[in-house]
Design a protein around this ligand. Sequence first.
Ligand code: ADP
Ligand code: MG
Length: 590
Amino acid sequence: MAALLTPNRILIAFLLGLAALPLFAAQFTVTIVNYIGLYALVALGLVLLTGIGGLTSFGQAAFVGLGAYATAYLTTRHGMSPWGTLIVGMVITTAVSLALGFITLRLSGHFLPLGTIAWGISLYFIFGNVQALGGHGGIDGIPPVELFGLELGSSRAFFYVIWVTLLAAIITTQNMLDSREGRAMRCLRAMTMTEAMGINTLRYRMVLFMIAAQFACVSGWLYAHLQRFVNPTPFSLGQGIEYLFMAVLGGASAVWGAVFGATAVSFLKEWLQDWLPKLLGATGNFEMVVFGLLTIIVLHRARDGMWPILMRFIPQRELTRTVEPALALPRRDVPECGSDVLQVLNVTKRFGGLVANNKMNLTVRAGEVMALIGPNGAGKSTLFNCISGVNPATEGEIRFMGQRIEHLGSRAIAKLGMSRSFQHVRLNQDMTVLENAAIGAHLRGRKNFVQSAWRLDREEERRLLWEAAHQLQRCGLGEHLFDTCGSLPLGKQRIVEIARALSSDPTLLLLDEPAAGLRHLEKRALADLLAKLRGEGMAILLVEHDMDFVMGLADRVLVMEFGEYLAEGLPQEIQTNPKVLEAYLGGMDE
Ligand code: ADP
Ligand code: MG
């Protein structure tokens, strides 16, 4: 049984069944499957937006309406060809989504949902109240689409247009997600880390919002030419919420979840509309109540929707478990050994009344390991955040490769060649070790999301993955390339962060407690690796509690206490410094 049900066979059977459906099925079935295709296209956009990007839109129905009304109005009133109106609709959608995204996406979480609700309501009333758009009566007489001189007037013929469009959207979306661009999108929820890897998170949120809006617009265009008539009802806020049901129920983390969600909701709705009035003895939109309850249950019991549950019953496709060799990526110039890479001058960081760093000074040179030590709460991670731009300094000056950087954000600093790991691991736990490390190489690629959707990025992609795999090998994680990060012990996850940082080819590496959670031999391997990197001319700034590790590796050590400078010197000097010994007698926790 299991051998019969391979993923490829299931997919082929599904596609063959789909292709044959209009030839044999009853009109009713063709109609409902057409609608499922239209809904799934919108839900696919929501999978990207909500499942991947962590953003919620209630206003997708308004974008559907935009696509539908643009073609309805322009074909009937101005005699434009449907293909022309498709382009006009998409251009308007781009403009609206960029404007709406620009206003709301910079603000925190709930501004986008609120913005889309406002947009959804206003567009619905515009459709209903503008006389040129036919008011509540709508617009009829929309011409059919013609393709190669063939008129696609019947819903059976149009079935193929809808489903070919949907499948193309699914395939291109899958391609996009499996690329440098997609990895960045999949990390959007971990914004601090993503920005620190040089990724412009606002740009990617905008791109996701715009793609989702385009899918909705195209669905609207298809709808208008299927129905040949539009009125405002299908583009209301209520329908926008129903699209969200589909994405959430189906599974907002998988592209096929959109198809499943659209199918399940459509059939359930038909069924409930038949049965609920009989059961309750009254008419009304009771199905929405049921959907609401179902959504709560699904969110509570199965965060990722029904699709992953369904997938448990189907044997999974064997993942490719090799990384193809590729040309090495170009590297940055290494500064002269011993030259100053980082200078921190009188840096102060205040959190309200708390002075976490008080007039700190520090220098790191190329080809040197500088250790920063001090009891918990001394302000070491805070100083790292000031240096890397994750949480900028309140006062003082920071120079990196001779350039002032204290006013720059973490993304700009990453571009200059600084990379870091975090004390509290920041990885995408669902992505593989290889994909996580490849996030570090983001800035070394150029291909955009359109190129990756059409697989025009493969050469570059091979080089990026090869680089990430190489860095993981060096860090001793060669066996784990295809494991999900979440399956690794915490100590190893820290090493993935180091490989990720190395994948950016940094001049300066900031490591916040890299050896925590490692076993003895792993610590030794890490020390060997850092010594090797130093030998290659890299500048390394290290925070670590394990004194054997620090003293055996560091060239110089700086000690902090209560946000202040305590001592600086060679490891042996620090080990015998009375002030340091005193600070450590009570404070150290490891
Ligand atoms: P360390 O890394 O040396 O253990 P930290 O830099 O994490 O110390 O913390 C230094 C001090 O700054 C602590 O008292 C901590 O509570 C405080 N602190 C750190 N980050 C923040 C923040 N974002 N907001 C307020 N206080 C903070
Ligand atoms: Mg810390």
